[in-house]
Design a protein around this ligand. Structure first.
Ligand SMILES: Cc1cc2nc3c(=O)[nH]c(=O)nc-3n(C[C@H](O)[C@H](O)[C@H](O)COP(=O)(O)O)c2cc1C
Ligand code: SF4
Length: 427
């Protein structure tokens, strides 16, 4: 089952229950596309409420906006809707069902940065249709292009985005320069996740709810033992509340941040939905996707599948990434199947410390973090695999990352009666 739920106290400031559906009229009726006479004031408001980017790193939105605003010459705004994480659906959902929020966010970001050109970058065909339709309806004359790419894990990394929009392959390049220094067409580029831009649009049309808008997250929850859903929740919500909503309450671990934030075992229930709180606990919120592991899942099997998926998704540009992800995945695979040697754990531990930061993008870091977290949170489960596979790993385990993939729910697909406390979203 998949669904859409909001845990916000009232729906007015929610992206999921927002009246802006695919049509223009309801959006304009609630203040959408309103003039922005003082873009500098909007920027300061974004800074005041501390809006952080929703693409993964949680970088303060106002800092990037100010940097591009103060760059000399023409600038560009890009809405990043590629959504490479297989376990996340929020960006495709927004593009498919709230395209005007995203386009208005592009318009406002362009006003704040002085950009003369915008671009929506995506890979989903239904999202493209919705955005192109919204573009024909929206007011204003800012040029906004739509660039479609092939869906891969790294296609949404910021330098890959710039490269693809400029006509090249969607592959990362070395940094610096970052896009805000030199991006699309060589121009300073404000590249922001589509959720970040949609939040800017709601914040502009409902300034009295700005703090709540900046302080909420879209989260994709999944796990083989329960349901999957797109949930909007206030920052700080304990993960146990999100898990309970979808039948994951008995999980004994969680994979954080899509494939980016590592595994967390005992104590996961008290973790907060918050960048800093999860970082303090050694994890990362990333794009906000949470995959729960149930007692019948094996953390070694899950880590093996995740690293094998990342190794297959390596863009194969950096030697250290090709060999590093390959070695991590192969070694985990042999551990899972009971074929480990005396030094297997030590090798994995050493690599997970040495590899982070050595590739051009964060894919290698993600694989290393999964391995490090497996070793630190599940030492006994790892030991159990020495010399013999556990029943789960001995069975036919998928090794292509299929377990992490979540279908994009329809806007009216929630079932509030099945999960008391959840609010049904407006279609
Ligand atoms: C390997 C990798 C993949 C990424 N994929 C995405 C993606 O699919 N979508 C996205 O918005 N950001 C992705 N990012 C983050 C972007 O590089 C960039 O930081 C983000 O789009 C900026 O938006 P924000 O400031 O609103 O968070 C990825 C980063 C890495 C390292
Ligand atoms: S670190 Fe890996 S995925 Fe990233 S650019 Fe290098 S080879 Fe490609």
């Amino acid at each position: 089952m998949t669904g859409v739920f909001t845990l916000l106290p009232e729906g007015r400031n929610s992206l999921l229950t927002h009246p802006a559906s695919g049509d223009l009229a309801p959006y304009v009726a609630v203040g959408g596309y309103a003039p922005v006479p003082r873009p500098d004031r909007l920027l300061e408001q974004i800074a005041a409420v501390g809006l952080r980017g929703r693409g993964g790193a949680g970088f303060p939105a106002a800092v990037k906006l100010r940097t591009v605003r103060h760059s000399p010459g023409p600038t560009v705004v890009v809405a990043n809707g590629e959504e490479g994480e297989p376990g996340s659906v929020k960006d495709r959902w927004l593009l498919r069902h709230r395209p005007h929020l995203v386009l208005d966010g592009v318009r406002l970001a362009a006003a704040m940065t002085g950009a003369g050109r915008g671009c929506v970058y995506l890979s989903d065909a239904l999202a493209e249709t919705a955005v192109r339709r919204a573009l024909t309806e929206r007011p204003g004359d800012l040029r906004i292009d739509v660039v479609r790419t092939r869906h891969t894990y790294v296609a949404g990394e910021e330098t890959a985005v710039v490269r693809r929009i400029d006509g090249g392959p969607a592959l990362p390049t070395a940094k610096p320069p970052r896009p805000f220094e030199r991006g699309v067409g060589g121009l300073p580029t404000l590249l922001a996740n589509v959720e970040t831009l949609a939040r800017i649009a709601v914040l502009h049309s409902q300034p009295d709810t700005a703090a709540a808008v900046a302080g909420s997250h879209l989260v994709t929850v999944s796990g083989t033992g329960g349901a999957s859903a797109l949930i909007e929740a206030p920052a700080g919500t304990h993960l146990k509340a999100l898990a309970a909503l979808l039948g994951h309450g008995r999980a004994d671990a969680v994979l954080l941040g899509g494939l980016f934030g590592g595994l967390h075992g005992a104590g996961w229930r008290g973790l907060p939905l918050d960048h800093d709180g999860l970082a303090t606990a050694g994890g990362a919120l990333g794009c906000g996707a949470l995959h729960f592991l149930h007692p019948e899942d094996c953390p070694v099997a899950v880590a093996t599948e995740a690293t094998a998926y990342l190794a297959a998704q390596s863009a194969r540009q950096c030697g250290v990434c090709v060999s590093g992800t390959g070695a991590l995945a192969e070694t985990l695979m042999s551990l899972a199947h009971g074929g480990s040697c005396d030094d297997t754990t030590e090798k994995l531990r050493r690599w997970s410390r040495q590899l982070p930061g050595r590739g051009a993008c964060g894919l290698l870091d993600a694989a290393a973090r999964i391995v490090a977290s497996l070793l630190s949170h599940f030492p006994d489960r790892v030991d159990d695999h020495r010399g013999s596979a556990c029943p789960v790993c001995a069975g036919p385990a998928p090794s292509d990352g299929r377990r992490f993939v979540v279908a994009v729910p329809r806007p009216d697909s929630s079932d509030s009666s099945a999960h008391p406390g959840a609010e049904r979203t407006a279609p």
